[in-house]
Design a protein around this ligand. Structure first.
Ligand SMILES: N[C@@H](CCC(=O)N[C@@H](CS)C(=O)NCC(=O)O)C(=O)O
Length: 213
């Protein structure tokens, strides 16, 4: 499998964690977001969505969308699992994933920030405030959902690592990068730090990627 990503892309980070967690053989291909390579013809021909990540298996069209890809890896390589047993339990884990992937990420994504700055004249400082606002709102929702579900332990789902942790760790990495105050979210911060220390998560960290240099 070839994963097209960028060291600081949180969506590619999710996939790197899952690939390492499942012990799958894969190669990375760097696509630079700051250089706009994700919108260049070569990458658009591969993934017309023009976003990272994309996963390619020999002779097959690329697969895109990180949550679809996490599920694809789960279905094709169920062990070790990243989802619990049971439809209800899986829905609970996926609801945490979607706070990150559907509520926080789409409004804090690079193309949104660029549009806010370029077309709508938001200053750099105001666009950072925008980023912090929506991240904080998403993390508030994540923390409250963890408390409401009452199923967390060492990780979001008891002591089992799941897709919720896979989505949470990159979100916390991004939040720290933008200096979001994490003090109001002690549960998710402790979980993210515990998960980030696991070998599969550590190997997927942005600083450990070849294009980080
Ligand atoms: N919903 C997509 C989002 C993909 C996405 O937007 N990825 C970011 C990198 S974290 C990207 O490529 N951004 C490029 C841009 O906004 O122009 C997914 O989960 O894979």
């Amino acid at each position: 499998m070839i994963l097209y990503g960028y060291f600081r892309s949180s969506t590619a980070y999710r996939l790197r964690i899952a690939l390492h967690w499942k012990g799958l053989p894969w190669e990375g291909r760097a696509v630079s977001l700051p250089k706009g390579e994700h919108r260049a013809d070569a990458y658009m021909a591969l993934n017309p969505q023009g976003a990272l990540p994309a996963l390619v298996e020999e002779g097959q069209p690329a697969l895109a969308q990180s949550l679809a890809l996490l599920d694809y890896l789960e279905e094709t390589h169920p062990a070790p699992p990243l989802l619990p047993q049971g439809a209800r339990e899986r829905a609970m884990v996926r609801s945490l994933c979607q706070v990150v992937a559907c509520d926080i990420h789409p409004v804090t994504n690079l193309r949104v920030l660029k549009e806010l700055r370029g077309r709508w004249g938001l200053s750099e400082a105001d666009s950072v405030e925008w980023y912090r606002h929506w991240t904080a709102e998403g993390l508030r929702s994540f923390e409250a959902t963890l408390a409401m579900q009452g199923r967390h332990g060492a990780f979001c789902w008891g002591d089992a690592v799941t897709q919720a942790d896979v989505c949470l760790v990159p979100a916390v990495f991004n939040a720290r990068r933008y200096e979001v105050d994490l003090a109001p979210y002690p549960m998710l911060t402790a979980i993210a730090d515990r998960a980030a220390a696991l070998p599969a998560f550590a190997a997927a960290h942005p600083s450990r990627q070849p294009d980080a240099g």
